[in-house]
Design a binder for this molecule. Sequence first.
Ligand SMILES: Nc1ncnc2c1ncn2[C@@H]1O[C@H](COP(=O)(O)OP(=O)(O)OP(=O)(O)O)[C@@H](O)[C@H]1O
Ligand SMILES: [Mg+2]
Length: 500
Amino acid sequence: MQDMNDRILQVENLRKSFPGVLALDSIDFDLRRGEIHCLVGENGAGKSTFIEILSGKYRPDSGAIHLGHEEFHYFTPHQSIARGIQTTHQEDHLAMGVTAAENIFMGHLPKGRGGFFQLKECVRRAQALIDSLSLNVDVSKGAHELSPVEQRIVCIARALSRDTQILILDEPTAALGAEETAVLLSMIKKIREKGIGIIYITHYINEVFEVADRITIFKDGLKVGTHNRGETNREHVISEMVGREFGSIYTRPDHKAGEIVLTVDGLQTRGVLNDISFTLREGEIFGIGGLIGSGRTELVRTIFGLDRKDAGEVIYRGKKINPSNPMQAIVEGFGFLTEDRKGSGLIMGRPVRENINIVNLNVNKPVFLNLREEEKKVMEIVKKLRIVTPGIDQLVMNLSGGNQQKVVLSKWLLSGAVLLIFDEPTIGVDVGAKVEIYALMHELTTAGKSIIMISSDIPELLALSDRIGIMRNGTMVKILETPNEMNGEIILQYITGVRT
Ligand SMILES: Nc1ncnc2c1ncn2[C@@H]1O[C@H](COP(=O)(O)OP(=O)(O)OP(=O)(O)O)[C@@H](O)[C@H]1O
Ligand SMILES: [Mg+2]
């Protein structure tokens, strides 16, 4: 049993409200040295708000934070860092123009004699840090040369480059595939061995049970419970998160795909996509699996006319459409949910209502909108996907990460598009809402619409797809279609090249 003196952080009765929202109430929480404490809860439960209080971004309304023998009622960001608290976010980025090593020591670069910056010393110290975590990243490389998972590793290493006591990770593995996630999890376990206390937020319940020492569940701004990992199980944690019994296994409805609507034939872009061919049927979900960087996103961007192709055809209902810009694809009734919700999915400074309706306004011809009808639809989907918001007039930037994702998704689910491309549709979305989203996607296909879906989440690919194309190094190496082939192990083998 660990000593109570191992407690490095203790939070008492913390409360934080935003206009119209009580984000956190009566929160008690503690963290021990050398433990991984997972924080879980549905979208909008208050997880990010909690850690942003610890990082000094938000000031709580009331409550106390004990660090060692000091008591605080709030922190400034500077105090937080000075007390050894480091926070990493999913959207943290590296400075691309410099080396990985300089990124790691950004803000406190090692100085040599005479106070001048010394790259060699910086690389040496950064490499020592990476090596101490048993990782294989060359920190003398430019940040732009690193793979996505290496970039994430460098972001976390940056948080460790100071005298860190408490490391906070907010959804570090969102959008990483199984292999990449395994690397990151092993890194995090190594960090625990250094005696650092880690607060780990994730929506992947399997990760929780792989790394957690303790698990705390938030629901609607309240703490529901804290458990030792060995004294609870997945089903129990999920039922505490969603507040009801919950079958986490999604079973898809039986239905048959119709005739071919889309043919991609020999699609090629130099150095990126290599002779890709596949078809999509009416009422079908065609899944695309592969590592980040395997060409998945480039493939769908090219189909949608966002990227130029060098050769090949995109044929829709027997007609060569070869869109060279997105407008041409939209006119055909294509919709595209991009991976990057902040960049191109949402208008952050506008209300939920407008963000959901925006595609309807552009694509569907009617000039006289029936506003009440629109409003009813928006309210319905907000309810169905449990989008946590005080109302549909709330600005999207005030929503939690997962709820923003649900808004982008709603916009496409209601858009009236007949061929939908979804790139990582459920990133950051909680388990309960995922099931609702899957059901809505199947409602669309039952109505004869077709979907191409990229996902790094293998269970999600399996739950939704009629067939799955696997991308590796810019090539579609395999299309899986028989029930025997549609198997997580086999998918992973094709993704990683164990099977060819
Ligand atoms: N700046 C803000 N202004 C108004 N409301 C906010 C603000 N930030 C967060 N909220 C609200 O506080 C609640 C908690 O949000 P928070 O981001 O902490 O959720 P979360 O648990 O991190 O969810 P997710 O899993 O989706 O990331 C939500 O209802 C959210 O809309
Ligand atoms: Mg969050």
